[in-house]
Ligand binder design. Structure first.
Ligand code: ADP
Length: 195
């Protein structure tokens, strides 16, 4: 049984969500996006949604315990048994460690981390453009955008070092170009990583 948990990593606006949806089709593994899951809670006004509303709007991270528990419930669903494409999770080293332990307890780990690189100026432009299309409160405010980008650098980027340290292959791809360009780079990176 091949279990392939692929982690799509990169700053807000780098195109993780777009690429994860494409990979979901190609790999037939479900796309698990913590951002989408939280937005779903917000739109349903669930208990969790009400709790996290101000956190998301201000561009902060939802507390690890809440996030990890939601991810655990998702990964225990039968469709995740053969692995998933993770997008937006883990977002700090505490989450990465937790995921590592959780996956080990299930007998596997992260197969590869794909880091999508996009320069800062381009990220800001993309996130602003997305605000108009998707009506996301956290995309509309320039200060919130900068805060999320700074949080990525301070808290999320160190996950790359964590994965290198535990021997998971990390492949960086450029996120510049059309979604098709980026997809083919990701597919080459995936086929270059050990099975
Ligand atoms: P983006 O990467 O464009 O900022 P996401 O959709 O991945 O957007 O996440 C939106 C928001 O959801 C984040 O700013 C944060 O508040 C929350 N969130 C998503 N994933 C996590 C996570 N793994 N840990 C904590 N908070 C998260």
């Amino acid at each position: 049984m091949i279990r392939q948990t692929v982690l799509l990593f990169g700053p807000p606006g780098c195109g993780k969500g777009t690429q994860a949806k494409r990979l979901e089709k190609a790999m037939r593994s479900p796309h698990v996006s913590t951002g989408d899951m939280f937005r779903d809670h917000l739109s349903r006004r669930s208990e969790l949604g009400l709790k996290i509303e101000h956190i998301m709007k201000s561009g902060q991270l939802v507390p690890d315990a809440v996030t990890n528990e939601m991810v655990r419930d998702r990964l225990l669903r039968p469709d995740a048994a053969l692995g998933v494409i993770l997008d937006g999770y883990p977002r700090n080293v505490v989450q990465a460690r937790w995921l590592d332990l959780f996956l080990r307890s299930r007998g596997y780990g992260v197969k590869v981390v794909i880091v999508i690189d996009v320069p800062h100026g381009e990220l800001v432009e993309r996130i602003r453009g997305r605000a108009l299309k998707e009506n996301r409160a956290d995309d509309a405010d320039p200060a919130v955008i900068e805060h999320r980008l700074a949080t990525y650098t301070a808290q999320s980027e160190p996950c790359v070092g964590f994965y290198r340290g535990v021997g998971v292959p990390v492949q960086a791809v450029s996120g510049i170009g059309t979604p098709d360009d980026v997809e083919s780079r990701i597919k080459s990176a995936l086929s270059a990583s050990p099975a």
